[in-house]
Design a protein around this ligand. Structure first.
Ligand SMILES: Nc1nc2c(ncn2[C@@H]2O[C@H](COP(=O)(O)OP(=O)(O)O)[C@@H](O)[C@H]2O)c(=O)[nH]1
Ligand SMILES: [Mg+2]
Length: 253
């Protein structure tokens, strides 16, 4: 205990936030326990810190947060995106299930990640930094989040989640049903107004043939449209937004 306390004090004296310092010391203790040989404790702490920063600086790792209203298709889209990224850009992808509110969401993701053989954690089980250092080489980590219901209900939850990845490049993908109405989505779109890393992803294009609301939502939010989803099949029915296809689908007469 003495050693841990001293290390904690050294880290804090170096200006490291108390909570980060505790996390580092905890992880150093765990790896010391794993190692049968007598390891240099301070050396282990240093290695962990280099690994944390090295990952965030050089790997180009992106953390993608999938946010949206209830039932918009967040969980399904995380699975689709993971499969699409693996197949098209041969990217190594990890998944974090952060929708602890709906138990089934985690099971849904876990079932998929088993088939796809992707690393996956539930956010409460492990720190994000630990997950990332345990799976070197990941290019994207996709985070399935709890549904946005109202600013009051959601803000604390999301801020905490978002901040726990502050060492990494973060992007937010707003998952919105093409069948949804701008009027009902305004509250949520306003919440992200000042974040420049937001893009829009429309789901359920197969459930409507009226695509004008996509225009309204884009104009109101000012955010780019990144991807679309057009069916329930996880291995297909997903891809980048194609402007011409959308324009051709509009009924002009
Ligand atoms: N038709 C259609 N259904 C979809 C699409 N994306 C998701 N869904 C369905 O919408 C429902 C809610 O999806 P889910 O991913 O659980 O939504 P979440 O609550 O936002 O995580 C499920 O029945 C999905 O199969 C899509 O592009 N087209
Ligand atoms: Mg879900």
């Amino acid at each position: 205990m003495k050693k841990e306390r001293e290390t904690l004090e050294i880290l804090i004296a170096n200006g490291i936030d108390k909570n980060y310092a505790k996390d580092i010391v905890l992880r150093a203790c765990l790896s010391a326990m794993d190692d049968s040989e007598d390891i240099d404790y301070m050396d282990e702490v240093r290695k962990l810190m280099i690994r944390d920063l090295g990952d965030s600086v050089s790997s180009g790792l992106e953390i993608l947060f999938f946010v949206g209203p209830t039932g918009s298709g967040k969980t399904t889209t995380v699975a689709k995106m993971a499969s699409w990224l693996s197949l098209t850009v041969e990217s190594s992808v990890g998944i974090i299930a952060a929708d602890a509110y709906r138990a089934a969401a985690t099971e849904q993701i876990e079932a998929f990640t088993k088939i796809m053989d992707k690393p996956c954690i539930e956010i409460n089980d492990m720190s994000p930094a630990q997950f990332i250092s345990d799976h070197p080489g990941m290019k994207q980590v996709l985070v399935d989040t709890q549904a946005y219901t109202s600013r009051e209900n959601w803000s604390d939850y999301f801020t905490k989640l978002y901040d726990s990845f502050q060492n990494y490049k973060r992007k937010i993908i707003m998952v919105l049903p093409a069948t949804g109405r701008l009027h009902n989505l305004k509250n949520m779109i306003d919440y992200f107004k000042h974040n420049d890393e937001v893009s829009l992803l429309f789901t359920k294009l197969d459930e409507t043939d009226i695509y004008g609301e996509i225009y309204n939502i884009q104009k109101y939010s000012g955010k780019p449209i990144s991807y679309v989803s057009f069916g329930q099949d996880v291995l297909s029915d997903f891809g980048p937004f194609k402007l011409h296809k959308w324009a051709n689908a509009l009924k002009m007469q």
